[in-house]
Design a protein around this ligand. Sequence first.
Ligand SMILES: Cc1cc2nc3c(=O)[nH]c(=O)nc-3n(C[C@H](O)[C@H](O)[C@H](O)COP(=O)(O)OP(=O)(O)OC[C@H]3O[C@@H](n4cnc5c(N)ncnc54)[C@H](O)[C@@H]3O)c2cc1C
Length: 400
Amino acid sequence: MEQIDILVVGGGVAGLAAAARFAADGASVIVADRAPPQPVSAEADGADLRTTAFLHPAVETFRKAGAWDGMGPDAEALWVMRILDAGGRRNRARETADFEAAEMGDRPFGWNVPNVAARRALTARLAELGAPLRAPAGLETLTLRDDAAFARLSDGSLIRAALVVGADGRDSGVRTLAGIGVRRWRYGQKALVFAVAHPRPHGGVSTEIHRSGGPFTLVPMPDRDGRHMSSIVWMERTAEADRLMALDEAAFEAALNERSLDVLGRLEVIGRKQAWPIVGQIADRMAARRVALMAEAVHVIPPIGAQGLNMSLADLEDLAQRVADARAQGRDIGGREVVEGYQRRRWPETAARVAGVDALNRAARAEAPIVRDLRRFGLAVTHRLPFARRMAMKIGMGAG
Ligand SMILES: Cc1cc2nc3c(=O)[nH]c(=O)nc-3n(C[C@H](O)[C@H](O)[C@H](O)COP(=O)(O)OP(=O)(O)OC[C@H]3O[C@@H](n4cnc5c(N)ncnc54)[C@H](O)[C@@H]3O)c2cc1C
């Protein structure tokens, strides 16, 4: 039996980040995933084509884990969030609001990083820390006792850990084995995700266009082969998303360019496209005896406002600090004080963010003219009142 401080179950970006953050702090860590390691290049079959806009607190967590420098070359700074409302009768912007990072200081809002690049940097860092991802090695059994947690993995490993971190995604086995319930709902939407090249530079501006069906967002990426690039997240009702995915290349590009309102010139799809169903989910609790759940094992939200993985890294930072304090004071790192403190601090904040993003998504996909007019009014007011504008930017940057 292997005796360690922390077992991280799940080797998605959240689980890899958790393992690196804890190991960099000096804990003995095993991170295990039931699936073989995912590709770390966007060209590989089955690669995750999403990008993530990491806000400052998330970047700070990566820095503490010693993994941010490895992501730097693939990261593009986000300086302006531009929101266009095109919800009128004609397909053109009837309201434009720019939220500029410069108004808040001299730093960008955050950095957009391809998920494959985040995974590559974290995997390299874990190897450096002597805690490489164990995969395929799924969690099979978990016994939670007052003195320790005991786990068996599908590769035959038997592990005794002071703390088990469940970062095993929306169908979390740790959550089930710890007896924690979950509430899930559907939005009837999908997000199409792909990269585009465009003739005009993005200038660090991320543009979100609202019409109906869901937002259409262009997020800056570094230039590639001398071409200006952005990643697209295009949310639509499921039937429309399926129709778009079935179109041939020329018809898809025509629909894409109609939806993008020519903000960066004619868009050309580069590489493959993926469609992600949009669901909402929240676990009843984030902690049980010797267990802390994090990331999608707790919360799943629509991909608007760059919140999902940023919330996950906020879970991690809170937990890592509690574990570090317990270690420094010679207390049990998986004891009640640590996991209950984590539950008390993170759950209400998580529930509030899940509810906020849910409301935003319902407004963003609205078909009814009255709701679209209200949405435009809300945007105009938020943008024109300096107090409301700064408050929105502060929340958008990951604070409060
Ligand atoms: C289209 C789209 C765009 C997004 N954009 C953003 C953005 O800009 N900003 C942002 O912050 N977030 C964004 N998100 C959210 C973000 O991508 C997700 O929160 C994140 O990828 C989920 O990571 P995770 O590690 O929690 O889960 P997963 O990636 O699902 O990882 C869970 C892992 O656990 C493993 N596992 C499951 N069961 C077991 C078991 N029993 N034993 C061992 N391993 C197990 C799985 O194999 C998997 O590898 C977006 C999401 C979508 C859909």
